[in-house]
Design a protein around this ligand. Structure first.
Ligand code: APR
Length: 243
């Protein structure tokens, strides 16, 4: 898969990995737009916007409770673990659109959550925030201040956490190599990250069984799953470290 870049990676030090739902698919978490994707079965505009939340907070919370249960039972797969292992050979920053926390669970030490985290609950008004791993029983849950609590995730039409996004642009603009894995690159602004890397003449690799809108802009495209391709990529560094 990666023979063509065996020598090239010897000079690679700063790696940015941009991930999406595809990397967690092999951990049993559905993607959004794939064959059994969430948005095929649910109406995003009824479940993942602030208006939908205020229209029917109980419905939104029932859906997030389902997703939380599924995500808390999920384990990192070989793809997540390979990215964590890559830290032995280079500086690795993970810029993830995923809210499942599986990169951190796999041992990745530098993970920026562009779309927030399903583990954290926050108040829709005051600055209360807390990591809660148990099922939310009273729906919708209320904050001590009396307002409704919501999942600390970025819904359609909402801006990304600005400090996280600012840092993501900096890392993308300074990396030697960017791996784009398991994302359809249809959602912005996360889908602009490869452009920042390209402007920095970084080497771009895409790992995805399907084509994406930016496959033609990549330097290397691997049509395979992340749990298969990423361990192979890391083994390249391992081999090089023996040379
Ligand atoms: N390994 C690698 N890639 C995979 C795998 C796999 N095992 N399985 C599926 N894929 C690819 C699909 O081909 C698809 O291109 O992962 C991509 C998943 O795309 P989406 O479902 O669109 O998910 P994502 O790109 O993460 O969505 C972006 O949209 O709904 C919002 O906020 C949500 O963060 C999400 C954002």
């Amino acid at each position: 898969m990666f023979e063509s870049i065996k020598d090239q990676i010897k000079n690679i030090n700063k790696i940015v990995v941009v991930t999406g739902a595809g990397i967690s698919q092999e951990s049993g978490i559905p993607t959004f737009r794939g064959k059994d994707g969430l948005w095929r079965n649910y109406d995003a505009m009824k479940l993942a916007t602030i208006d939908a939340f205020y229209d029917n907070p109980k419905l939104v919370w029932e859906w997030y409770n389902e997703r939380r249960k599924n995500i808390f039972q999920a384990q990192p797969n070989q793809g997540h673990k390979a990215i964590a292992e890559l830290e032995k050979y280079a500086q690795v920053i993970v810029l993830t659109q995923n809210i499942d926390g599986l990169h951190q669970k796999a041992g990745s030490s530098k993970v920026l959550e562009l779309h927030g985290s399903i583990v954290t609950i926050k108040c829709s008004v005051c600055d209360y925030r807390e990591e809660i791993l148990t099922e939310i029983s009273i729906l919708p849950p209320l904050c001590k201040c009396g307002n409704i609590l919501r999942p600390d995730v970025v819904w359609f039409g909402e801006i990304l956490p600005q400090n996280v996004w600012k840092n993501a642009i900096i890392f993308a603009s300074q990396c030697d190599l960017m791996i784009v894995v398991g994302t359809s690159l249809v959602v912005s602004p996360a889908n602009t990250l490869p452009i920042y890397a390209k402007q920095n003449n970084s080497f771009l690799i895409e790992i995805n069984p399907e084509n994406t809108d930016m496959s033609i802009d990549m330097d290397l495209v691997i049509k395979n799953t992340s749990a298969v391709a990423l361990p192979e990529f890391v083994s390249l560094f391992k081999k090089n470290s023996y040379d």
